[in-house]
Design a protein around this ligand. Sequence first.
Ligand code: NAD
Ligand code: IPM
Ligand code: MN
Length: 361
Amino acid sequence: MNYKIALIRGDGIGPEVVDEAVGVLNTVAEKFGHQVEYVDVLLGGCATDAVGKSYPDGTAERCKTCDAVLLGAVGGPKWGADKPAEQRPETALLALRKDLGLYANLRPASLRPAMTDACPLKKETADKGIDLMMVRELTGGIYFGKRNKYQTEDRGMEATDLMAYSEQEIERIGRRAFELARLRRGKVSSVDKANVLETSRLWRNVMHRLAAEYPDVQYEDVLVDNCAMQLVRDPGQFDVVVTENMFGDILSDEASMVTGSIGLLPSASIGDGAPGLYEPIHGSAPDIAGQDKANPIATILSVAMMFRYSFQRAAEADAIERAVDAVLAEGWRTPDIAKPGEKAVGTREMGRLIREKVNMI
Ligand code: NAD
Ligand code: IPM
Ligand code: MN
């Protein structure tokens, strides 16, 4: 097959982890006889520096000419919250997700077999296994509601961010969750704050309607604060966790750490048409950028998700996942997952080891 892939390297460790993921992508493509063409797309702080805007004109259109998008990470202190919105890297990422219609963000958090020692939870909890799929709504809610900031008469400045959800937005993400659960262990946990928020009460009503349509899927409501607690008490209880945009952002970082490191967790952002966007869940990690310390596995596993969800190529995805597991099983660790005193390898060496294993599988 021929695949055309947009590459958004981004800021901080973004280019470092994307380089290793592209190396693995090329190795897999060669092994399975695919041709890959890359289109570089500028987005984020690096775009602000180059052209004065974090989301240059025509970005979404360039991505739409491709079969999938691979993104490293964007952001950094140089382009902080004090900058105008059009110069902030995060604004660009949100605009791209919206313009590509990527409403479903799949964030699988699983404790890989060789990583049980990296799980910070009690041994008995880790031994039970963790394999959950966070399904985060990605183009609605408080991330996209109207914002305002104004001077009050007697309380200084005041700011507002509107959280809004329509039934249609909730239903389409809910269906994704139920469909995914059917292919997994058949359980959906819907996370909300229905004891306080009107958006959550609407969310819950729609989810209950869907649950009746999927009687073969076990369904439960979980309040978000309880979910945060359950994720560290007994994460093995979860299969598919579906939730709104901001809750999903926060809970997926928490779930990542439970499985060892944020440097391990990939994601797929998909809508109803091509192209999907694949990116690690972590950010640009300015504290370790440019030091060959970043763990490239989250981005490499995002390439596996690209093969699985955009190209319907399970064998290629499996080859990448098996190569990652084999390298971890041999004890190779980047600094984020190394035990104290244990020798770690750098970003580039981890990428090389995984490419080598792909070729051997
Ligand atoms: P972060 O995820 O960048 O980093 C948090 C911590 O995790 C840091 O200590 C970092 O060193 C570590 N870390 C992250 N990825 C790692 C990896 N692959 N290997 C090893 N360690 C890793 O979160 P932050 O520091 O809160 O945010 C930094 C910037 O990234 C901000 O500008 C934020 O807006 C942006 N951000 C971007 C994305 C994205 O592009 N999708 C996601 C999250 C944050
Ligand atoms: C993520 C990030 C983004 C988000 C930021 C950078 C806009 O934290 O992809 O998890 O909150 O969605
Ligand atoms: Mn996040």
